[in-house]
Design a protein around this ligand. Structure first.
Ligand code: NAI
Ligand code: MG
Length: 496
């Protein structure tokens, strides 16, 4: 049965969507638009303004004015926190609409968006709202050996970085917007946000809610458009003080280069992963379902997907066959159909990319235990897939697939697995399944990853820092760690 689309969502998608700049809805300067498709069918879902360098420039100017001279710059932290809290409330009030938009645009089941993406986004704003009044500096006793006898009063101020460009991906469109906007706003920055071209809709509805919450004009600007044009212009802009990016490691490196070639803007990057999920002999039976959830949640389109499953040898067949059984039972279908457990991948491009990986696995000699190809011939569906008999040098073992595809390998000992788990250019997440507490913590310490889950996976919270070691990124999002990357520290010294 198809879930009925709310009237307001119907209106939202049938009206061509504009850019949100300086508190106004506006067409792209070029007048161009692009189509965002419904990935369950491949048909056009909505028309969206195609912003490019000119629009980014307009938005950066608005953000600069709002930062330098607008009411935002004079607002008390308490008032700022209240407005950010209100954004969280409005997200909850519009939860059904946001979940439907997310499902239509991204493909994920509407029930998952309603239970996870939307409440997590609201909670992030609520969590961050509280920080607005708690941004503090220090007083520091200084010694200054070359000025004997002098007296000083030294303190630090934590100040907003300024105008922030935020470039986000399509796997959790609303939630990624929240992760980015929450810490930027609570610390007093102004923002130009560029959503992914595959999924621009929920960020545009969020912009409406942000305006309704009373965030002043120019503080949050949303410019939809393509990465190579709008995104690149934001990364290269000389009046942008910082860029926060989530997406592929490849584009992350382009953003680093663009910063270096322009004004050395500050960067935080949340990039790819190839996260190990490690099941020991003594794991509870729930580890099987846990391992399936680690890879199949959000169709494997998670930067932390548990895409390398390592099982201690005595339990290898049982655990891997168990995951394969779960994979076979997953109900694929459009996200807006009730009963759907896994929707389509986000785009034709991702379908090609993921099926290309599946073919390379077969040609390199791996065994497909279940799944292994496209599902149906309408929309961008891929079968949940379990692959065994791999070697560490295979492309499917080394590279991020970003689809519902897990490679499984047996291991013998803790020392062996710590080495193999870390044998990746990435270091985003890791899972450990065991009843032995000391083994779990000993291994957690050895893993080079920003997040380690023990007897669980995909547990996120607004208060937990999230980010990567190695090529999985720079800096942390969420938690109070996120505030550091959105503030500059100023040391002030007075001689008394
Ligand atoms: P992407 O890295 O190209 O896109 C992410 C964002 O960056 C989008 O908003 C896009 O418009 C923007 N972008 C693209 N090129 C840009 C440029 N030159 N300058 C500035 N911004 C730019 O990722 P894509 O192509 O959609 O997916 C490719 C692969 O990237 C996926 O298969 C997956 O492996 C990985 N990925 C990882 C994500 C994560 O959460 N870490 C999220 C999305 C993709
Ligand atoms: Mg791309």
């Amino acid at each position: 049965m198809t879930v009925t689309v709310d009237r307001s969502v119907e209106d939202f998608i049938t009206t061509p969507r504009q850019l949100f700049i300086d508190g106004q809805w506006t067409d792209a300067a070029s007048g161009q638009t692009f189509e965002t498709p419904n990935p369950a069918t491949g048909e056009t879902l909505a028309q969206v303004a195609e912003g490019d360098a000119e629009d980014i420039h307009r938005a950066v100017r608005a953000a600069r004015r709002a930062f330098d001279d607008g009411p935002w710059s004079r607002m008390t932290p308490s008032d700022r926190g209240r407005l950010i809290w209100k954004i969280g409330d409005l997200i909850l009030e519009h939860a059904d609409e946001l979940a439907q938009l997310e499902s239509l645009d991204n493909g994920k089941p509407v029930g998952v968006a309603r239970a996870a993406d939307v409440p997590l986004a609201a909670d992030l704003f609520h969590y961050m709202a509280g920080w607005a009044t708690k941004i503090e500096g220090n007083t520091i006793n200084i010694s200054v050996p070359y000025m004997p006898g002098a007296n000083f009063h030294s303190y630090t101020l934590r100040e907003p970085v300024g105008v922030v460009g935020q470039i986000i991906p399509w796997n959790f469109p609303l939630l990624m917007a929240a992760w980015k906007l929450g810490p930027a706003l609570t610390t007093g920055n102004t923002v130009v946000l560029k959503p992914a071209e595959q999924t621009p809709l929920s960020a545009l509805l969020l912009a409406q809610l942000i305006a309704e919450a009373g965030i002043p004009d120019g503080v949050v600007n949303v410019v939809t458009g393509f990465g190579e044009t709008a995104g690149a212009a934001l990364a290269a802009h000389d009046d942008v003080d910082k860029v926060a990016f989530t997406g592929s490691t490849e584009v992350g490196k382009l953003i680093v280069a663009a910063s270096g070639a322009s004004n050395l803007k500050k960067l935080t990057l949340e990039l790819g992963g190839k996260s190990p999920n490690i099941v020991f002999d003594d794991a509870e039976a729930g580890a099987v379902e846990g391992a399936a959830n680690a890879i199949f949640f959000n169709h494997g389109q998670c930067c932390v997907a548990g895409s390398r499953l390592f099982v201690q040898e005595d339990r290898f067949d049982e655990v891997v066959n168990g995951v394969a059984e779960i994979a076979k039972g997953i109900k694929l279908g459009p996200g807006m159909e009730s009963g759907t457990q896994m929707g389509p991948l986000v785009s034709e491009e991702q379908l090609q990319r993921v099926t290309g990986f599946l073919e390379s696995g077969v040609s390199e000699g791996a065994t497909t235990l279940t799944g292994g190809g496209r599902f149906g011939d309408n929309g961008y569906f891929v079968e949940p897939t379990v692959i065994t008999n791999t070697r560490p040098d295979m492309k499917i073992v080394r590279e991020e697939i970003f689809g519902p595809v897990v490679v499984a390998e047996p291991f013998r000992s803790l020392d062996e697995i710590a080495k193999e788990a870390n044998n990746s250019v990435y270091g985003l997440g890791a899972g450990i399944w065991t009843r032995d507490i000391s083994k779990a913590h000993a291994l957690a310490k050895k893993l080079r990853a920003g997040t380690v889950w023990i007897n669980c996976y995909n547990v996120f919270d607004a208060s937990l820092p999230f980010g990567g070691y190695k090529q999985s990124g720079w800096g942390r999002e969420m938690g109070h760690a996120a505030l550091e990357a959105y503030t500059e520290v100023k040391a002030v010294t007075a001689q008394l």
